[in-house]
Design a protein around this ligand. Structure first.
Ligand code: SF4
Ligand code: SF4
Length: 312
């Protein structure tokens, strides 16, 4: 779920606030030029400044904003400004439609795997300890749509660096991918200057745990049991219901799902000798972690009873 046009530019937030408040058109033009220069530096196309300026001056969105900037409400000015930055990035990219191998997309997040990537696991090139699962129904940020929602289908992803969120195969020292020749499909078609290939790929069939585990009946049984008793979609629906009704019976059902999740994970560790790294793939994220997306946290009292509390 990588986002395109992701190259961040750093502009002085105080100056921007002043710009949005004052509505001065001359300041708008000066600040837009300053931002454009930064974008060109970031995309390593500083030499294309004249060409880009010509394209920007012809751009209908820029022309309209330039003509109406003073009449727009301050809050709308801010929104339009960020739309303009996206336009600038697209225009700048149109003068450089190729990959710089800068690694910015690898530092944003790791790729999701597709059926074609099954070979990476089948050949042992990567192991199930290096991937994790986001299950259908989990609350996630759907980047392509730019909003929070629940995941419509299961995703298998490369693990990410916990602190910074970089793909685990990104080498900061080398500033490049450690498995470049064998990188998954999403990374091969990624074009940060053109959102279309990724949008098409998002519709394609993803790799699932069942594709990977189909010949291991014990693991398949565990997965089925866990999905049946600890379904994130059901948990999501219960949270919606709980929010509306405050019904204690609904809360009991939520707590029962959380208990089942902990019990099945314990069973997997003790009876099947699986460790946490493997469980990240096999059972996905613990539900006690997922409830934090709802602003809640699980606490256990001295009698071993679970309670849901606000996560401040
Ligand atoms: S696609 Fe290439 S140029 Fe674009 S962010 Fe990724 S590595 Fe950088
Ligand atoms: S697999 Fe390689 S190319 Fe793909 S995100 Fe990770 S580091 Fe980047």
């Amino acid at each position: 779920m990588k986002h395109n046009s992701s190259h961040s530019i750093k502009l002085d937030p105080t100056r921007l606030q002043d710009l949005f408040q004052s509505g001065n058109r001359k300041d708008f033009v000066a600040e837009a030029r300053h931002a454009l220069r930064q974008i060109l530096v970031k995309l390593q196309v500083e030499g294309h400044y004249d060409q880009v300026i010509t394209l920007v001056k012809r751009d209908p969105f820029y022309r309209e904003l330039n003509n109406t900037w003073e009449e727009i409400e301050p809050s709308v000015r801010s929104q339009k400004w960020y739309e303009l930055m996206d336009r600038f990035i697209q225009i700048a990219y149109s003068t450089r439609p190729y990959c710089l191998r800068c690694g910015e997309c690898c530092r944003l997040e790791s790729p999701s795997l597709h059926l074609e990537d099954a070979r990476l696991l089948a050949t042992g090139f990567i192991s199930t300890r290096q991937i994790y699962t986001l299950r259908r129904g989990e609350p996630v940020r759907l980047n392509l749509e730019g909003k929070l929602g629940t995941l419509p289908s299961e995703l298998i992803k490369f693990k990410e660096d916990q602190e910074r969120g970089y793909c685990r195969f990104y080498s900061e020292q080398e500033k490049s991918c450690c498995i470049y020749e064998n990188r998954p499909l999403q990374c091969r078609i990624q074009q940060c200057w053109n959102p279309e290939p990724l949008e098409k790929l998002w519709q394609e069939q993803k790799l699932t745990r069942r594709d990977i585990l189909k010949s291991d009946q014990d693991l398949m049984d565990l997965l089925e049991l866990h999905d049946e008793r600890c379904d994130p979609e059901r948990l999501n629906n219960l949270f919606i219901q709980l929010h509306k009704t405050r019904d204690m019976k609904v809360l009991d059902q939520v707590l029962e799902i959380l208990r089942q999740d902990v019990a099945i994970r314990t069973l997997a560790r003790t009876k099947m000798n699986l460790d946490e790294e493997e469980l990240d793939f096999l059972l996905g994220r613990p539900l006690t972690e997922i409830v934090r997306s709802y602003g809640l946290r699980v606490e256990m009292d001295l009698d071993g009873v679970y309670h849901l509390v606000e996560d401040r």
